[in-house]
Design a protein around this ligand. Structure first.
Ligand code: ZN
Length: 291
């Protein structure tokens, strides 16, 4: 099942993406709120109360309320997560292009939840930021409270998978020592297009992941190359910090980011970033200058 949030920014409604409905090549969105009064949004409350099973049951109803998907804006598929946890240098080849030190334990950092953006929304380049680029990342969303979870059980805590573009201001990242500011500008977190439930992803560590800018391929790798795998990451992090329903973990980016290339590929107004992960869809984000 592919969960989406659709509608204007700040007024998104929960939905289910239905490809090839009503006909091949056309898509519809099941309007969840039009069918049930108690699912307000895909937020912590929704995941906590087994909302995914409720939504799955709506698909079986005889008179589904469908909206044609063409022209409809998609928002980030998760509303107001409690936290976004990111991984630094979780692919060896990316660690090599960054500063060559391979981490012995996961490097966690945080991204402000206000950075979240729809998967086709513009990335706004802040005034004065000259070195901004994107990072293609597999992200997972937590489905139930996870505290001191065993790695062997960790996948049971995942509500679904999606794509995060971990957009970064490289100057702010370096001058700040701490990465929070460089990672957290408004619109620096395109998420989606879908939250894909785990039954559609047989192995999250066997997915092709790509980033293109203006059609040029910058990143093309497999999630197989992650240094620290998802079950270990959830176990390690939750040993001391509670993960709550709706929390997002972004699992790090492969090699090839624009700022590490010679010559560098840095985002300019008018550029288009496309990020795709096998079975998770594709984002397409135009870069624009701050008004
Ligand atoms: Zn990243």
């Amino acid at each position: 099942m592919k969960l989406v949030r659709f509608g204007p920014r700040g007024a998104e409604r929960p939905g289910v993406w239905l490809a090839d409905t009503p006909a091949p090549g056309q898509a519809s969105i099941l309007d969840v709120r039009a069918m049930t009064f108690d699912i307000a949004d895909y937020d912590a409350h929704f995941f906590t109360h087994y909302g995914i099973e409720r939504v799955r049951a709506l698909l079986l109803e005889t008179q589904p309320k469908l909206v044609p998907a063409a022209g409809v804006r998609l928002g980030a598929p998760v509303a107001r997560p409690g936290k976004i946890v990111c991984l630094g240098k979780n692919y060896a080849a990316h660690a090599a292009e960054f500063d060559s030190a391979i981490p012995q334990t996961p490097i966690f950092f945080s991204k402000a939840t206000t950075a979240l953006n729809g998967p086709f929304d513009p990335i706004v380049l802040p005034r004065g930021s000259a070195r901004v680029d994107g990072e293609a990342e597999l992200a997972l969303v937590i489905g139930r409270i996870a505290r001191r979870v065993d790695a062997a059980a960790a996948l049971d805590y995942i509500a679904g998978y999606t794509i995060l573009n971990d957009v970064t201001d490289r100057d702010a990242q370096r001058e700040g020592q701490q990465w929070f500011r460089g990672k957290s500008a408004d619109t620096f977190g395109p998420l989606g297009p879908y939250l894909v439930t785990p039954d559609e992803i047989s192995d999250p560590h066997r997915l092709r992941i790509t980033q293109r800018v203006n059609g040029q391929t910058l990143q093309d790798d497999s999630t197989q190359q992650m240094l620290f795998k998802i079950p270990f990451l959830i176990a390690y992090f939750s040993a001391a910090i509670t993960l709550e329903p709706g929390d997002i973990i972004a699992t790090g980016t492969p090699a090839g980011i624009g700022s590490a290339r010679q010559p560098p590929v840095l985002l300019r107004a008018g550029d288009v970033v496309e990020i795709a992960i096998e079975n998770l869809g594709e984002q397409r984000s135009p870069a624009v200058a701050e008004a």
